[in-house]
Design a protein around this ligand. Sequence first.
Ligand SMILES: *Cc1c(COP(=O)(O)O)cnc(C)c1O
Length: 469
Amino acid sequence: MSAALELACQAAGEWIEGLDTRSVAATATLPDLRRTFGGPLPGDGQSAEEVIRTLARDAAAGMHGNAGGRFFAWVFGGGLESALAADWLVATWDQNAALYSASPASAVIEEVAGEWIKELLDLPLDASFAFTSGCQMAHVTSLAAARVGLLERFQWNVEDNGLFGAPEFRVLASDQRHITIDRALRLLGIGRNALEILQTDNDGRVPVAVLDRALSGDTRPTILVLNAADLNIGACDPFRELIPLAHSAGAWVHIDGAFGLFARASRTYRNRLDGVELADSWATDAHKWLNVPFDCGIAIVRDRAAHRTAMTSSASYVAPTSVARDQTDWNPEYSRRARGIPVYAALRELGRSGVEALVDRCCMHCLDMVEGIGGLPGAEILARPTLNQGLVRFGRPGASPQENDAFTNETIQKINETGEVFFSGTTWRNRRAMRISVVNARTTERDVKRAIAAAAAVLTRDVLERPSN
Ligand SMILES: *Cc1c(COP(=O)(O)O)cnc(C)c1O
C-alpha cells in the first residue's frame, strides 16, 4: 500500500482506539483551527504522505469524539465497523452510482439494501426508495413526489409547468417538526407560507381533533407531515388515527422518521409507531440509528410512478437500462457515491436481530441516563424517554425560570468541558433543557455511568464553589 494510505489506515485505527480516553469535545479553538489550517494557497504541492501525516495530526484536536460511546448531543449515531470499512471501499472503487451501466455492482447492492430496509422497517414492499445525502434530502425527494401526486389530480403537470399558476396547496405539520421540513418546502418552491402548524399536546403528539379541525372546510390539496419520533423527546404521532383521517380528506401523508423509524425493528418499541406504514412517503437516515458513517438518508415512496416522475432524468447519452435500477431515476443527485453500500454492510453485520438489539440497548441506556442525571441534586427530569431521547433541566432552589435557563446552559457547557461526555441543549415548552439522545452502537453501560458521574461532579462542584457569575 502507498505510504499515504498506510498512514490514513493507522490514523483511523488510532482514532477509534482513542475514543475511550480522548476528550469527547474538540479542544481546539476557532483561532487555533484557522491558524493551523490557514495560510495562502500552496504554490507548489507536497507528497500525499506529507499531506495525510499533517492532516491526521492537526485535525484531531478539532474533532468531536461522536464516533465513540459518550456523545449524546443532537442525533448523530456512529459507524459500525463493517459500514465504515465499506465506506472506505466505496471511496476506493470511486464508482459513479448514478446508473447501472456506470457501476453495475453499486446499482445492484443499493437495490438490495433498499429492499432490505423496507422489510426491516415493515413498510410496503412495493414502495420505491432512494439513498440520499440525509433525511432533509429524503424529505425533498418524497415531497417532490407528493407535489406530483397531488397536482396530477388537478390535471396539473408540475414537472413541465412548475408551480407558477398551479393550484394552491398547503402543508400541515406539527409544531414539533424538524427544521429540515421547512427547508425542503423552500427548496421545492412551495415556501414557508404554505405551512399550517398543528399544535401538539403535552406529549408532543398531534391530537386527532386538531387535525380534524385543520382538514375540515378547506378543499385545497394537502400534504400532512407527521413525526415518527420528534427530535426532542422521541414523540410519535397517533398514526393509526391520523393517517386514515387525512386520507379521507385526500391528503398525502409524509413521515419524518429520521431516527425513529428504526424502532420498527424492535418488538418492544414498534408499538410506538403503530400505523406508520399507512403513510404515503417516509424519510429516514442510515447515518443515525443504523450507525452508518455520514452521510446517508433514505426516502421511501408508496406511489412509485409519482416518485419516478419527480426524479427521473433522461438524456440520449445516458444509456438507460430497462431491467436494472438506475439510481438517477429516483435520486435528486446525478453523479453520486454509492452511499447505499455501507447500509448493505451494516444490515449484513447486524441482521434483523442486531438492529433490534441496538435499538433496545439505546433506549435502555437513554432511560438510565435520564434517570441517573435527572435524579442528581440540582437536576430534574423534563421528559422521561419513551424511546431513545429524553430531557433534563438544571436549577437552583428559589431561582427564576430565566435564571435556571441560564444555569442549564452553563451546566451543559461545564459537563462538556470535562471531556468525559458531550450533550447539547434545546428549548422545550419554553424551557431550556439538556437533551440526551442515544443512537450510537458503541455506547455501553460503563459509558452511561461515566456520563452520570461527569454530571454529578459538575453539579457538586457548583454547589460547593458557588457560581462565579
Ligand atoms: C436529524 C433529523 C432530521 C434531518 O436529517 P439530516 O440527515 O440532518 O438531513 C430531520 N428530522 C429529524 C427528526 C431529525 O432528527
